[in-house]
Design a protein around this ligand. Structure first.
Ligand code: NAD
Length: 299
């Protein structure tokens, strides 16, 4: 079984570590928040005090960090003299970053890893905290064919569907496209439901109609944003837990950055980004992103 160094033990990383332990892997953990690492000791994780310690004896590294700047600092080193993972790991260590970050940072780390003879793949996820807990995440991998095959052997313990999007950075790009679509779809679903309610329709009846009509989409099917229509959706639990509005805004920002670089038109994505920015600024950034429904309701 594998010995995995896992770095970044937040909402996503912690349940992923638990699933790796359940699968029988040895998991060494590190987070700048020492409590997050310590909390996993009862589950059998080996707690490390720093990056150097966490990779000792590990054949695989998985990182689950907030953004590109954190991923660059952890792999390449930081401006405060911190040594990066690429200079700490043993030869042949396999490197997986599952954070959602800009494709350029992923490509940079992959290229620097390659110079040292190391294989790095970007493998962002879809499925949120619930998917991380259930071990049903979707992984979207960018990297070589050989890197993809190696990634599958590890990620099968924490995910259900594992896709090869293409070369380095393409996993991030595909994830960004998916979340651009999701942000737009959710905004459209909120808008249509609210229009119906304002005109006297029952949102449950309207949802059932649209589910069997051409407006059918993922939000309507699994994640209805109108409270009490779907008991299992965050909307029926004060919009918690779920995929926080601030994370949706981050991902739509990554989409905007990518569009700027490729000169692509994303009018719908830009509008959706601004809707979430308005909504978050009113104190809703920690709520599930489907709380955007409240933004429409506020007339
Ligand atoms: P989080 O903020 O809960 O966790 C990030 C962890 O990284 C924190 O514990 C933090 O202390 C740690 N960290 C930061 N810098 C570090 C460093 N230099 N060294 C070691 N540890 C460091 O974030 P999360 O919700 O777990 O998300 C992680 C990534 O997954 C993000 O890129 C996010 O966009 C993506 N993602 C999140 C969700 C979700 O629903 N939460 C869904 C899909 C993808």
């Amino acid at each position: 079984m594998k010995t995995i160094a896992f770095i970044g033990l937040g909402n996503m990383g912690t349940p992923m570590v638990k699933n790796l332990l359940t699968a029988g892997c040895t998991v060494q953990v590190f987070d700048i928040n020492a409590q997050a690492a310590q909390a996993l000791a009862v589950d059998g994780a080996v707690v490390a005090a720093n990056l150097d310690e966490v990779v000792q004896g590990a054949d695989t590294v998985i990182t689950m960090l907030p953004a590109g700047e954190h991923v660059r600092a952890v792999y390449l080193g930081d401006h405060h003299g911190g040594v990066g993972l690429l200079n700490l790991v043993a030869a042949d260590t396999f490197l997986i970053d599952s954070s959602t970050i800009d494709p350029d940072s992923a490509r940079l780390v992959a290229a620097e890893a390659d110079k040292k003879g190391l294989t790095f793949v970007d493998a962002p996820v879809s499925g949120g905290v619930a998917g991380a807990q259930a071990g049903t995440l979707t992984f979207i991998v960018g990297g070589s064919d050989q890197g993809f095959q190696q990634a599958q052997q590890v990620l099968k313990h924490v995910g259900k569907n594992i896709f090869h999007a293409g070369k380095a950075g393409d996993g991030q790009m595909a994830k960004i496209c998916n979340n651009l679509m999701l942000g737009i779809l959710m905004a459209g679903t909120c808008e249509a439901l609210n229009l119906g309610i304002d005109n006297g329709l029952d949102p449950k009846v309207l949802s059932d109609i649209m589910l069997q009509s051409s407006g059918r989409n993922w939000a309507l099917e699994l994640y209805n944003p109108c409270p009490q229509v779907m008991p299992t959706a965050p909307a029926s639990n004060q919009y918690q837990p779920g995929f926080m509005g601030k994370l949706m805004l981050k991902d739509l920002g990554l989409g905007a950055d990518a569009a700027l670089k490729s000169d692509s038109a994303i009018p719908m994505g830009s509008l959706a980004r601004n809707l979430y920015a308005f909504h978050n600024a009113r104190g809703h950034e920690a709520l599930d992103f489907s709380s955007l429904f409240e933004f429409y309701k506020s007339k």
